[in-house]
Design a protein around this ligand. Structure first.
Ligand SMILES: NC(=O)c1ccc[n+]([C@@H]2O[C@H](COP(=O)([O-])OP(=O)(O)OC[C@H]3O[C@@H](n4cnc5c(N)ncnc54)[C@H](OP(=O)(O)O)[C@@H]3O)[C@@H](O)[C@H]2O)c1
Length: 264
């Protein structure tokens, strides 16, 4: 998917930033579904006229954003399991001259296998989950830091309660989210000019929850299976807009005091 500057010409962005001084330039991953889609919609509907670099693998959803917001959205198709592609993402910031926030929201559960089910796997499953959920974030952050320092910007992670609850068969996913929480603390201490926050969104009505119910329950303990089944049956799943709106607000205005925290 081709990427150019925001607006019809390179001069447009300067004019836009002058006319809308509150407009932030934000790179959002996992923008094509669930929580990320809600974050993108919230930011795009803001009167601040933010500029968004949106990523995911689903080209059709990305094209739709680009059609709806031809000047304010740059959509970049990227598979987070391919670190060569990931490195190219942050180069978008050079084109656009600024970056105020990185929202690292993409995530995969992987195959949800217990350790005893991984014999012969040679570590590939954990490596893939860590590549998508953790290493891709590290690559983007290391490249984005010069920009984020300049703007005293923000990094917002979509983490998970699984970082603290060890559900059987979710080891790779939970450990990767625990790594994200640790990364959040590391960034707080290493980068005083950047505010970094990890959020735990709750149990949210997205494709990921559907995958859990339809494909991944069999390896889980009975009690956990019941929890995820009944959340849907009893209407307890949160709409994606609920955490999505919080993530969008944090990307624009999280206070420095929140840096390093894993928040609900
Ligand atoms: N739903 C919940 O209950 C819940 C609870 C705790 C935490 N979370 C976290 O919330 C975040 C968003 O998940 P969601 O619930 O909104 O699920 P979702 O609807 O399945 O969305 C996942 C997003 O991540 C992207 N993604 C996944 N693998 C990718 C890859 N290899 N390369 C690029 N993009 C990739 C997907 O994009 P494409 O499909 O276009 O590739 C999609 O935009 C995740 O980090 C998840 O761990 C969710």
């Amino acid at each position: 998917m081709a990427t150019a500057w925001f607006g019809p010409s390179p001069d447009w962005i300067l004019k836009h930033r002058t006319e809308h001084p509150s407009a932030k330039t934000i790179l959002l991953t996992g923008a094509t579904g669930g929580i990320g889609l809600a974050v993108a919609r919230r930011l795009l509907s803001s009167p601040d006229e933010h500029l968004l670099i949106l990523t995911g693998r689903n080209a059709e959803v990305l094209r739709q954003f680009q059609r709806e917001y031809p000047d304010r959205v740059r959509a970049v198709q990227c598979d987070m399991a391919d670190l060569g592609q990931v490195a190219g993402l942050v180069r978008q910031c050079e084109v656009h001259g600024s970056l105020d926030a990185l929202i690292l929201n993409h995530g995969t559960l992987g195959k949800c296998l217990r350790l005893a089910q991984m014999e012969g796997d040679k570590g590939e499953e954990w490596e893939r989950v860590f590549k998508v959920n953790v290493t891709s974030c590290v690559v983007m952050i290391s490249e984005a830091l010069p920009w984020l320092r300049q703007t005293k910007g923000r990094i917002i992670f979509t983490s998970s309660g699984a970082a603290q609850n060890a559900y059987p068969s979710w080891g790779a996913y939970g450990a990767s989210k625990a790594a994200i929480n640790h990364l959040t603390m590391t960034l707080k201490n290493e980068e005083p000019d950047v505010t970094t926050v990890a959020i735990r969104p709750g149990v949210v009505d997205t494709a990921m929850q559907k995958d859990i119910r339809e494909s991944f329950l069999s390896n889980m303990d009975e009690r956990d299976q019941q929890k995820f089944r009944s959340a849907k049956e009893e209407g307890k799943l949160l709409p994606p807009e609920k955490p999505g709106n919080v993530i969008a607000e944090l990307a624009v205005s999280a206070e420095r005091e929140l840096s390093g925290l894993f928040i609900r």
